[in-house]
Design a protein around this ligand. Structure first.
Ligand code: GAR
Length: 230
């Protein structure tokens, strides 16, 4: 199940700032991630993520949804463009659109998303506000396979952070984002090593299905969750 030595070809879909892309690029250039970003794709022509990608010499494609008759047509065009880059894996890193079922099916097992909550808690938008309103003491981020259900696909790995007294959505978001970056990089390292796959809607790591997501530990290693984490 180990991959060959060739770098993992990663396409990134993003709508905004691009700090997760930057973390991936940083890990690649530091020699910590055996991957190459083969294209950055956005639904927003002015997204800062595109500038970051261009600065790193990466091919970019902005495809705004205006002009498409419907979401299915837009998504088909977007994923046609993505497929031209021949990625092994497509990473949604702050891509703020629902992807329609035909494209999710087309990309099955090759499409992942990073989401700022401990899924299945707090799907959708404003996750930090949702967490504060719910009064939870732990929050975090998840990397999961994309399925047609919004933020509902099998979770590969998570990073937890405490919710502290006095937090507001911004302080909580900052704390989560700082852990998103190593979470995404470490999850991509698993993919680059050929250690993770999707089989029958289950995440398989090193050949065995996992029943709870891997956890990012304080040393930025992904480890199996202990029973106390469940
Ligand atoms: C990240 O916090 C990511 O988890 C979130 O958008 C932010 C993008 O930041 N994604 C979602 O909310 C998807 N539902 P970035 O552009 O700096 O990487």
């Amino acid at each position: 199940m180990e991959r060959a030595a060739r770098p993992l070809r990663v396409a990134v879909l993003a709508s905004g700032r691009g700090s997760n892309l930057q973390a991936v690029l940083g890990a690649i250039s530091a020699g910590r991630l055996g991957a190459t970003v083969v294209g950055v794709f956005s639904d927003k022509a002015r997204a800062p993520v595109l500038e970051r990608a261009r600065a790193a010499g990466i091919t970019t494609r902005a495809l705004p949804p205006t002009g498409f008759a419907h979401r299915l047509a837009f998504d088909a065009a977007m994923f046609d463009a993505v497929e031209e880059a021949a990625p092994d894996l497509v990473v949604c890193a702050g891509y703020m659109r629902l992807i329609s079922e035909p494209q999710v099916t087309r990309m099955a097992g090759r499409l992942v998303n990073i989401h700022p909550s401990l899924l299945p808690a707090f799907k959708g938008l404003h996750t930090h506000r949702q967490a504060l309103d719910a009064g939870v003491t732990r929050h975090g981020a998840s990397v999961h396979y994309v399925t047609p259900e919004l933020d509902g696909g099998p979770v590969i790995a998570q990073a937890r952070v405490p919710v502290l007294a006095g937090d507001d959505p911004q302080t909580l978001s900052d704390r989560v984002l700082a852990r998103e970056h190593p979470l995404l990089v470490e999850t991509l390292r698993l993919f680059a090593a050929g250690r993770v796959a999707l089989a029958d809607d289950h995440v398989v790591v090193d050949g065995s299905p996992i029943h709870v997501p891997l956890q990012l530990d304080p040393d930025n290693a992904l480890t199996p969750a202990s029973l106390s984490d469940i």
